[in-house]
Design a protein. Sequence first.
Length: 222
Amino acid sequence: MTETPGFDRSQELAKASLAAGSPTDWFEQLYDAAAHGEVEIPWDRGGPHPLLSEWFAQYPEEATGSGRTAVVPGAGPGHDAELLASLGFRTTAFDISHTAIDRITAAHPSSTVDYRVANLFDLPEEWRGAFDLVVEAMTVQSMPRDVRTRATAAVRSLVAPGGVLLVIGGVLPPEPDPDYGPPWRLTRAEIEAFGTDDLALERVVHDTEGIRYRAVFRRRAA
Ligand SMILES: C[S@@+](CC[C@H](N)C(=O)[O-])C[C@H]1O[C@@H](n2cnc3c(N)ncnc32)[C@H](O)[C@@H]1O
């Protein structure tokens, strides 16, 4: 989330939402305002995340989706999910905002993606360990640090045996303003915390500007 159109409005809504005790109500408010043409979604870059496209370009064996499942927690504008589906992954994508999901399905009426309204903190049991590829792009960092451990565990829970988890986000500045956020960018320790004994961190790479990272985790096969 950089200072793009819609950034100030997202900050105002987030602060009000947090003051009222909810880390997530502001997402629906922001998408609703966008649906009424009042604001732009600050994280909508009009296409898939470059670090996701780059992953598939660099590792073509990872881009074969046929016979594999994928999920995007916090689908947002849906570009990443549409890319996964175009590669043949049987793709699920969910968002806490019903207006976000309505906007995606209106934009992609023939999509093969199974778009759902769902909360990362209350996932359907059948999604546990069900996905060969999990693409977490900026959703955990969009929620405050006091829910980070739960959010991290929920994302991790989606990865199937032998599956891959990509965590994509913005690099935390060396001296972050403690009052700054959203986004609440992850520390290196918070990135590593997605890993467990059977979900190993393989590598963290940065974009050429050094402002975004992609961390790759792989779960041991059953
Ligand atoms: C910063 S945006 C990133 C969207 C998308 N992943 C991307 O890269 O463009 C975070 C998204 O996560 C959604 N979100 C936030 N908290 C959520 C939760 N608890 N469960 C599901 N979705 C959530 C928001 O509505 C928003 O669409």
